[in-house]
Write a protein that binds this ligand. Structure first.
Ligand code: MTE
Length: 310
């Protein structure tokens, strides 16, 4: 069992079998395109993303790392399962239901979601609660833009998100590892923060299915499980919403889940992380408070006990 059930990293994790297979298939002449189908299909027109200074100086992981070592339990709990199985997900057409305390509730097609939006490339650190990390060049836009379209009403204090639940396309949901659909949530001020984005691509191309096509959340100062994939519902609500990993074990996975080297997971330390890639010698780094985004986000949590409110 892997995923948010951390196991010790072995050489197999840092050189995952799927990545190795893809490499072999690519060498063998194009069969790798099958595994990577979601990024080379007809919809793979390059995205017109504006370059930004986010992540200047960071060295992004290669595309292959980012698209072959994944957590997407709807497609299986192994790190190599999503790349094998996520092609089953139908992503066109796609829409997001926006409901709750908003002026303009309804079904937003991807066209509605993207209307008037400037796509940006932002290179962010990405830190999984399991202690591995990557650097990802996302393409996306601020969640605040979409919430603006929906018109957030007074009284809304949290934003709840849901992933698609499609047993016929998602072999992983047969096993009840967590309670489906996958759910996440943010406090409204976290959701409105300019670092919080909805990502529709990476490396300048539409989002690979294993990474959460066609649209997923990215909250770079929180553990990766907050960054919910393949979103079909966004609800503006008054009370803190239930979230998948917190329902599984509140003691292990808090609602806030801010990256914090001073609050160990009950079963492992969070002081260090390993950057995926680089084989046996994958680099070990000290975990940074708020994953390195302290200057931008510490103000959101002024006066809060971040150990209690983990
Ligand atoms: N979203 C859904 N719907 N299902 C999942 O299993 N896994 C989470 C998060 N979002 C997950 C999800 C976890 S634990 C992590 S670390 C990240 O996705 C992994 O994102 P990546 O595969 O793009 O690196």
């Amino acid at each position: 069992m892997s995923g948010c059930f951390k196991e010790d990293l072995t050489w197999r994790d840092v050189t995952p079998k799927a990545a190795w297979l893809n490499r072999r298939q690519l060498i063998a002449g194009g069969a790798g395109a099958l595994a990577m189908g979601s990024i080379v299909g007809p919809a793979a027109a390059s995205l017109n993303a504006v370059k930004t200074d986010y992540g200047a100086g960071l060295d992004p992981n290669p595309l292959e790392d980012i698209t072959s070592y994944n957590n997407f339990y709807e497609f299986g709990t192994g790190k190599g399962d999503p790349v094998q199985n996520a092609h089953m997900l139908t992503t066109e057409p796609w829409s997001i239901e926006i409901d709750g305390l908003v002026d303009n509730p309804g079904t937003y097609s991807m066209e509605d979601v993207l209307e008037g939006v400037t796509l940006e490339e932002r290179i962010y650190r990405f830190r999984c609660v399991e202690t591995w990390s990557m650097v990802v060049p996302w393409v996306g836009f601020e969640l605040a833009d979409l919430l603006g379209k929906a018109g957030v009403q007074d009284g809304a204090r949290y934003v709840a998100f849901e992933t698609a639940y499609r047993p016929e396309e998602m072999p992983g949901v047969r096993s009840r590892v967590i309670e489906w659909p996958y759910r996440e949530g943010l406090r409204l001020d976290e959701a409105m923060h300019p670092l919080t984005i909805l990502a529709t691509g990476l490396y300048g191309e539409p989002m690979p299915k294993q990474n959460g096509a066609p649209i997923r959340l990215v909250v770079p100062w929180k553990y990766g499980y907050k960054s919910i994939k393949s979103i079909v519902r966004i609800s503006l609500v008054r009370e803190q919403p239930p979230t998948a990993w917190n329902m599984y074990s509140a003691r292990e996975y808090g609602f806030f889940s801010n990256v914090n080297p001073n609050r160990d997971h009950p079963r492992w330390s969070q002081k260090f992380e390993r950057r995926i890639g680089g084989g046996l010698f994958s680099k070990k780094f000290e975990t940074l408070m708020f994953n390195g985004y302290e200057e931008e986000v510490a103000g959101l949590y002024e006066g809060m006990d971040l150990i209690k409110n983990h």
